[in-house]
Design a protein around this ligand. Structure first.
Ligand SMILES: NC(=O)CC[C@H](N)C(=O)O
Length: 303
């Protein structure tokens, strides 16, 4: 696979989206991102690392962190997690409240905000420090000890977090949180507000391409658990646009409102693209275009 050539073509496709989509501003600290920034990286299971554009520039990981909190909750707690959160696509925006009422406080899947709050809660019960566990995992896998929560973004999320607070209280009212609402929200914001780059994320996400094996060769989770996480990524990782993402890109992937998308080519590579302008569903316009081009030109996908 000629990754540098593919990355160049993907970058050209991303640059052609200039002006389309909008930088997220419902978390004010995110609104300052450079709308035309773009980066992309690939880490193969053989240990190759390639990047283009701003691939080493940090951005707010946001919901891409939900992939890591889920992986750790499954690795440490196994199947019990699924008693408190489902694994069906929601068909609703990522921060929607409506389904929780009819579904009695059990969120549809771990990647909408409601589901991620439940995952953070269970991870906190198991580790005593949910956001610390996510940060430590990201640091170790990426080999970047400086990777950290951006306190300005975390504070901005908390200050403007009425909707997430409402979700958490509603879940708690159904008895589906084990820790205080304030604790769960604090740790949720802290892991969403971690600053990472495409480089960090492809290395940190590579355990999913290696069927559950970490950077140091130890196993985080079984092959079957890895397959299941990839399945939930494919069906729910890009919210209400997961069908369109599967159609265009054909890889399990997780997006965040910071503009990053981390996608997995099982058995081969982890790929991350970043561009801050978002479409209606909250996915990066440039990152989707780049990943679409990469899989279309290479013929690589899970299909
Ligand atoms: N989709 C996202 O990236 C949303 C994450 C953001 N921290 C929120 O809670 O709204």
């Amino acid at each position: 696979m000629d990754w540098p050539v593919l990355l160049e073509a993907a970058e050209a496709a991303a640059r052609a989206t200039t002006g389309r989509g909008r930088v997220a501003d419902y978390i004010p600290a995110l609104a300052t991102a450079d709308p035309e920034a773009f980066g992309m990286a690939v880490a193969t299971v053989e240990g190759e690392l390639h990047g283009v554009g701003d691939w080493q520039r940090p951005f707010s990981v946001q919901s891409v962190s939900k992939l890591f909190s889920l992986a750790l909750a499954v690795a440490y707690g196994g199947d019990t997690l699924w008693q408190g959160v489902g694994r069906e696509p929601s068909g609703n925006p990522f921060n929607s409240l409506v389904q929780l009422e009819t579904e009695h406080g059990i969120p549809r899947n771990p990647f909408i905000n409601a589901g991620a709050l439940v995952v953070t809660d269970r991870l906190h019960t198991m580790t005593g420090d949910a956001s610390g566990a996510v940060r430590e995992f990201l640091r170790r896998e990426s080999g970047n000890p400086l990777l950290d929560t951006d306190p300005v973004v975390a504070a901005s999320e908390a200050e403007h977090g009425h909707r997430n607070a409402a979700l958490a209280h509603f879940i708690a009212s159904h008895g589906n949180l084990e820790n205080p609402v304030e604790t769960v929200l604090e740790h949720y914001y802290a892991h969403c507000a971690v600053a990472t780059s495409c480089r960090d994320l492809v290395l940190a996400g590579s355990f999913l391409a290696r069927y559950g094996v970490r950077a140091d060769g130890t196993r985080l989770m079984s092959r079957s658990e890895t397959k299941r996480i990839n399945a939930v990524l494919l069906t729910c990782g890009t919210y209400d646009a997961a069908g369109e993402f599967a159609f265009r890109v054909g890889l399990p992937g997780k997006s965040g409102v910071g503009g990053g998308i981390l996608a997995i080519l099982p058995g081969r590579a982890a790929v991350c693209a970043w561009g801050p302008r978002l479409d209606q569903a909250g996915n990066s316009v440039a990152a989707v275009a780049a990943l679409d081009t990469l899989t279309t030109l290479s013929g690589c996908s899970v299909f």
